[in-house]
Design a protein around this ligand. Structure first.
Ligand code: PHE
Ligand code: CO
Length: 288
């Protein structure tokens, strides 16, 4: 239902101080498990050859092909063994500082509800399919796992500079909507893409969006949209590169520099960009 919201401003009744709740896996209905299976079947059929190696390996290692919404007791045993990460259930979106603190401590908060059949292709807030199918496979990759920890610590630090809105762009264009260049060509690894049937096709194959090589400062100047497919994607050469650049850069002077620089509009290409695909932007224009 469109009027049901899972966004709260304090931990709702029954939640712990860190906003976690018991998953209560037994409480999911057959229909809810069926919704997971339907989404899983559709994505897992189309992702080979499209999703990053690390993502596909994560699906295997975590045995996500087992039917139904994953029970975190079993999932976390495998995930912990791989990278020390675990999934924790939360009622919905949590405040920024709470979210960063979870990441910094290798806990990924996952919304403890699943979309309804009417929301098959679009929902406004992350459900368990987006959070677990989309995010958790990459957390089984040791390098990406370290990146997410560093991001959590960096997020807490950004709050002190009032720079969260700039840092959030890094999360958006990597963790949620990132592309990677592999030996076989471009692949998707961002959770917002891999958990969406439509955007998995669009991000890789549609002539509309720009595909631009990852550049930290450029990326953090870039606006993004939350209401439709992205108009630009940023392509990392490897997960190692992403980790190295972000960990070795002190963001304090970067935040100061960003204060002086104008934002770059969502569809714009600037002269210093290394462009892989110059998008036609036809999709976005048609949707306006
Ligand atoms: N190096 C960043 C800082 O100085 C922290 C960070 C690491 C941010 C990794 C994002 C990703 O704040
Ligand atoms: Co997400």
């Amino acid at each position: 239902m469109a009027d049901v919201t899972h966004v709260y401003d304090k931990p709702p009744q029954g939640a712990n101080a860190d906003w976690t709740i018991p998953q209560q896996w037994e409480r999911f209905s057959a229909d809810e498990h069926g919704m997971w299976d339907r989404l899983f079947a559709r994505q897992s059929a189309m992702l080979p050859g499209r999703a990053a190696d690390a993502f596909m390996r994560g699906i295997d290692l975590l045995k996500l092909e087992q039917p139904g919404i994953p029970d975190y007791r079993a999932l976390n045993a495998r995930l912990m063994a791989a990278t020390g990460w675990q999934v924790v259930a939360v009622p919905g979106l949590v405040p920024d500082a709470v979210f960063f603190d979870h990441l910094a401590n290798r806990r990924f908060p996952a919304g403890n509800f699943i979309r309804s059949p009417e929301q098959l292709d679009y929902l406004q807030e992350p459900d368990v399919f987006h959070d677990v199918f989309g995010h958790v496979p990459m957390l089984a990759d040791p390098v990406f796992a370290d990146y997410m920890v560093a991001y959590g610590k960096g997020g807490l630090r950004s709050l002190g500079f009032g720079a969260l809105h700039k840092l959030a762009r890094l999360y958006w264009y990597t963790v949620e909507f990132g592309l990677i260049e592999e030996a076989g060509g471009l692949r998707i690894y961002g959770a917002g893409i891999v958990s969406s049937y439509g955007e998995s096709l669009f991000a890789l194959n549609d002539p509309s969006p720009n595909r631009i090589r990852f550049d930290l400062l450029r990326l953090m100047r870039s606006a993004y949209r939350i209401d439709d497919y992205q108009q630009s994607y940023f392509v990392i050469p490897s997960i190692e590169h992403l980790l190295k650049v972000t960990v070795e850069t002190d963001f304090a002077p970067l935040y100061a520099q960003l204060e002086q620089l104008p934002d770059i509009a969502i569809a714009d290409i600037i002269p210093s960009d290394q462009v892989i695909t110059r998008g036609t932007q036809q999709y976005a224009q048609r949707r306006r």
